[in-house]
Ligand binder design. Structure first.
Ligand code: ADP
Ligand code: MG
Length: 258
């Protein structure tokens, strides 16, 4: 078995499909025989809700993992899906940025907790919509960054800021940090702008952009209110097919770069 591969799902824009991708890529990887953990690093806790961990059952959270004595094992919870576990989050995490701002080693907190975690094939970190201390902690702990990109006009501008943060993290705490891939989300093949953004992204970023594109699909947006990944809410939907396809492409890239 390969070592655990840690992947930060990041983009400082909200609503671009980070959480949807963390949950559904996670579920699709688990379906394909991988052992997966998701760390919900967004105070909004959408990944926790989407995977069926109600607020009142989030006694230990990613806040404790980051700031306390708790280990990864202490904070992990099972989901209804075998081989998919989650470290949930809640509003406690919202104060972490400020609370930790003067602590020594504040960008290394998550990395320390994730060293030597060999029982998972993949750990996906669902980042908040900002490039603050939480996302930096994820990038410092990670092997790579997976960037969901919503197929809309300003998508590529936001990306240059994100790549700048990746470069800074490389220059300081994590020289080996890679871009895992860029994923086009909420694409609409009948929409010219959506097609144009896809073409631009492929031109500028070439091999980084996944061949798989996630279409806009209403089942994907309904699934979280049923506390399930779309693969379990509607296994045959376009959204499920797309995330299964992504998982395959993702795994074949792992082999290619191993
Ligand atoms: P982020 O985590 O980047 O803020 P989310 O994954 O929460 O973004 O997605 C934002 C909203 O869009 C959510 O309501 C989600 O259900 C919906 N959504 C995400 N991806 C799709 C898609 N491919 N098709 C339709 N709705 C989507
Ligand atoms: Mg989110």
């Amino acid at each position: 078995m390969l070592d655990t591969r840690i992947i930060a799902v990041a983009n400082q824009k909200g609503g671009v499909g980070k959480t949807t991708t963390a949950i559904n890529l996670g579920a699709a990887l688990a379906e394909q025989g991988q052992k997966v953990a998701i760390i919900d690093l967004d105070p909004q806790g959408n990944a926790s809700t989407g995977l069926g961990v109600p607020l009142e059952e989030r006694e230990l959270t990613s806040y404790d993992l980051l700031t306390g004595e708790q280990t990864l094992q202490d904070t992990l919870q099972d989901t209804d899906i075998s081989d998919l576990q989650i470290v949930p989050s809640n509003r406690d995490l919202a104060s972490a940025d400020l609370e930790l701002s003067s602590r020594a080693g504040r960008t290394q907190l998550l990395r320390r907790k994730l060293s030597g975690t060999m029982e998972f094939d993949y750990i996906l970190i669902d980042c908040p919509p900002a490039l603050g201390l939480l996302t930096v902690n994820a990038m410092v702990a990670a092997h790579s960054v997976l960037v969901p990109l919503q197929a809309e006009f300003y998508a590529l501008e936001g990306l240059s800021q994100l790549l700048m943060t990746v470069r800074e993290v490389r220059q300081t705490a994590n020289p080996d940090l890679r871009i895992e891939g860029v994923l086009l989300t909420m694409a609409d093949s009948r929409n010219n702008l959506s097609q144009q953004v896809e073409a631009d992204a492929r031109n500028t970023l070439s091999g980084l952009v996944y061949r798989t594109v996630i279409p806009r699909n209403v089942r994907l947006s309904e699934a979280p209110s049923h506390a399930k990944p779309v693969l379990h809410y509607d296994p045959n939907s376009k959204g499920s097919q797309a995330y299964r396809e992504l998982a395959k492409e993702f795994l074949s890239r792992q082999l290619a770069t191993a």
